[in-house]
Design a protein around this ligand. Structure first.
Ligand code: NDP
Ligand code: GDR
Length: 363
């Protein structure tokens, strides 16, 4: 049987890297779209890469952008994929308040451009389509836990753009009989998580604090509650969704909730730091219980104009219909992220001790 061909948009991101690895393990030929950038931007997938002159290679990268229809049509025509995973997005909620139009263009219209590319090329009965939908659709939640039937109430330009993408995916399924699915994924993290999302920001900064490379970690809303899973578990589900007899939409979550403050505490435990919190809201601070030094403080700069205070998913449908269960607990994930960030911090500490300049961009 011929190997399947997949096209992943956003292959250079966290999920793209884990999904590419999974599909290569399953024998797929994997094509990915990467953006042109002035610096190398493929660090997360470099271990999967093989030289373009290697005739047996199964990972192929194409320059492209979700804002560019003709580019997407050309890539789709060249690749004629069995499966498209649309993971590309301006994925940062806070940044979407600063770049709402760009976020709408890429996250909403980008999805439409891909679906149209499939249709224009007459591939709608051949190519299966996965859309990276999000728990941010639930926003100001109207019921807890959230299921596939919970009404949406988006709270950011990012979430509003993803709402369009969700419905255009449903519409193309119904209008043209396409095999198109939405995975409504709750937050998922890993050592590959971008440094400005809260979990990675915490594990990275606290590892640096432990090694004396940083004094204090500034955060926004520490009371926000999230249902955090591991990206490795979640990409398996993305693949599973495209292997069914009929397309459908699924909530992917762990069913367990923690606050940002809980995540800080778990990270501190892992690093052997004993933390004591005092104060409330913008005045809340976390002190090292042994030295009395302030290690955690709130900076209102990180507050959002409209916040999503609480999210908790109910993954029953995914469990019952697809047999899917997350394998990695939040404690195991925190431990893995801390170990990885400690290694990076140790490398920086070594460079510093040898007289090399070490810069850190804190955001
Ligand atoms: P990342 O931010 O790590 O990756 C986003 C990817 O999209 C990167 O490869 C990025 O490229 C690419 N990208 C951004 N803009 C464009 C563009 N204009 N054209 C082409 N590619 C672009 O996100 P994640 O891997 O965490 O998430 C994957 C998807 O899942 C996203 O759509 C996100 O919104 C969604 N999602 C994520 C969740 C999570 O908790 N991680 C939960 C629910 C949904 P570059 O590397 O060059 O920046
Ligand atoms: P989120 O993730 O907005 O849920 O979107 P993020 O990690 O950015 O924020 C989670 C919660 O933590 C609070 N918070 C902070 N967030 C950041 N980034 N930085 C801080 O300093 C900070 N302090 C507190 C936030 O206010 C928020 O409540 C992620 C993205 O991956 C989306 O693409 C995806 O759709 C959703 O998860 C599900």
């Amino acid at each position: 049987m011929k190997n399947k061909v997949a096209l992943i948009t956003g292959i250079t991101g966290q999920d793209g890297a884990y999904l590419a690895e999974l599909l290569l393990q399953k024998g797929y030929a994997v094509h990915g779209i990467k953006r042109r950038s002035s610096l190398f931007n493929t660090q997360r997938i470099d271990h999967l890469y093989s030289d373009p002159h290697d005739t047996g290679r199964r990972l192929m990268l194409h320059y492209g952008d979700l804002s560019d229809s003709t580019n997407l049509i050309r890539i789709m025509q060249e690749v004629r994929p069995d499966e498209v995973y649309n993971l590309a997005a301006q994925s940062h909620v806070k940044v979407s308040f600063e770049s709402p139009e760009y976020t709408a263009d890429v996250d909403a219209l980008g999805t439409l451009r891909l679906l149209e590319a499939i249709r224009i090329l007459g591939l709608e009965k051949h190519t299966r389509f996965y859309q990276a939908s999000t728990s941010e659709l639930f926003g100001k939640v109207v019921e807890t836990p959230q299921t596939e039937k919970t009404p949406f109430y988006p709270r950011s330009p990012y979430a509003v753009a993803k709402l369009y993408a969700y419905w255009i995916t449903v519409n193309y399924r119904e209008a043209y009989g396409m095999y198109a699915c939405n995975g409504i994924l709750f937050n998922h993290e890993s050592p590959l998580r971008g440094e400005t999302f809260v979990t990675r920001k915490i594990t990275r900064a606290m590892a640096r604090i432990k090694l004396g490379l940083q004094d204090c970690l500034y955060l926004g809303n520490m009371s926000a509650l999230r249902d955090w899973g591991h990206a490795k578990d979640y990409v398996e589900m993305q693949w599973l969704m495209l292997q069914q007899d009929a397309p459908d939409d699924f909530v992917i979550a762990t069913g367990r909730q923690s606050s940002v403050r809980d995540f800080v505490m778990m990270t501190a435990d892992e690093l052997g730091i004993s933390l004591r919190f005092e104060g409330e809201g913008a005045d809340e601070k976390g002190y090292d219980a042994e030295t009395g030094k302030c290690l955690i403080a709130v900076d209102p700069r990180y507050f959002r104009p409209t916040e999503v205070e609480t999210l908790l998913g109910d993954p029953t449908k995914a469990r019952e219909r697809l047999g899917w269960q997350p394998k990695i607990t939040i404690e195991q994930m925190v431990s893995e992220m801390v170990r990885s960030d400690l290694r990076e911090a140790e490398r920086d500490a070594l460079c510093k001790s040898q007289g090399f300049a070490v810069f850190d961009y804190n955001e």
